[in-house]
Design a protein around this ligand. Sequence first.
Ligand code: SAM
Length: 186
Amino acid sequence: MDLFSWIAKRYDKIIPGFDLSTILDNLTLFQNEVILDLGGGTGRIAALFEEHVNGCILLDRSFEMLNQAKKKSNSVMMVQGVSEALPFRRGSIPQIFANDTLHHIHKQDETIEQCYEILSSPGHLMVREFDPDHWKTFFLILFEKLLFFGSKFLSPKSLEDMCKRFNFTVEWERLTKSTYLLNAKK
Ligand SMILES: C[S@@+](CC[C@H](N)C(=O)[O-])C[C@H]1O[C@@H](n2cnc3c(N)ncnc32)[C@H](O)[C@@H]1O
């Protein structure tokens, strides 16, 4: 059992919340379209998306995290799967959001490639992440190292370059000094 599955029941209490309103304020959401919450965990964000979009699919590899998400919403569609092999038709998803997830994904290149494949055209991949070059992120990196998470943090520039290799057009902005939001357009 991976660590997320192990702490799933306590995840929302252990991992401090984040400023969801700032995230939502900065996301370009398409109201009439479905969104995929990639690595959506306990559904903290998916439950909120419902008011802003036309349906939400939450994909996570941890069954236990999905079980917690089920308690927050009856209408979010839950899918157990991995980001490097997304179980969706090519060109079928108009928008994807990944919050605090990419650095936990070991196969990051494959994940970005898969996102490009399943996104419709136009389509948007939005990633909120921690900038490893900011000193505040150092403590998070240390914390996750101590827990043997095997996290791989990407600076906004590294993620931009990765997305561009798969033909995305990329913009990013800082949300706080240590976090950023990257918008990759297909
Ligand atoms: C730190 S949690 C973030 C959860 C959620 N996005 C949030 O903001 O509350 C990271 C999540 O990514 C999931 N995850 C890690 N690697 C994954 C992969 N390769 N495919 C799908 N989910 C993955 C974990 O199971 C976990 O639920």
